[in-house]
Ligand binder design. Structure first.
Ligand code: ZN
Length: 167
């Protein structure tokens, strides 16, 4: 690899790590071990929440509450939005851990608002909608339990949500 390639690779890693630290992507152990096999100990994972941290930035580890979103990225979120981000992150982690086949299916054809693949793009649907979980004060574990998750297309997701709302 020449210098340019190395720079690009580092930039890519930075972006991935940031998405995970923001809670926009679930922690990804495979990615971390792949990166560390290329550059030993470049990243370390928090033992409590699995978020990848740049080597040496381990202040987080001391104060971690187990939530896979770094605290500094949480403060902009309102309470409901924050709850939703926790449930979404936990749902992805649970799906990956307990329903790996479904997780792979979803990852293979994720709904993307930019391409507008509403008919075929897949989403993680919460059978009891997250807004209802929030109102009824379900804890994150319960709202993100695999019993409350299903993989449906974006079209179905919208339909289910509208139907739920009318009950
Ligand atoms: Zn942590």
């Amino acid at each position: 690899m020449n210098n340019k390639d190395i720079e690009d690779t580092i930039k890519q890693i930075e972006q991935e790590v940031e998405l995970i630290q923001h809670g926009e992507k679930p922690p990804d152990k495979e990615m971390v071990s792949l990166i560390n096999s290329w550059a030993p100990d470049l990243l370390e994972e928090c033992p409590k929440c699995d978020v990848p941290l740049w080597n040496g930035l381990s202040l987080h580890k001391k104060n971690c509450d187990g939530t896979p979103i770094l605290k500094k990225y949480r403060k902009d979120l309102g309470a409901k939005q924050y709850y939703r981000s926790l449930v979404d992150a936990k749902s992805r982690t649970n799906l990956k851990k307990y329903k790996p086949k479904l997780y792979k299916l979803w990852r293979k054809n994720t709904w993307n608002p930019k391409t507008g693949n509403h008919k075929t793009g897949l989403t993680i649907n919460h059978i009891t909608p997250v807004s209802v979980c929030y109102k009824e004060e379900w804890n994150v574990e319960k709202a993100a339990h695999t019993n409350n998750l299903e993989i449906v297309t974006m079209n179905e997701n919208l339909k289910l949500w509208l139907e739920y709302d009318r009950k």
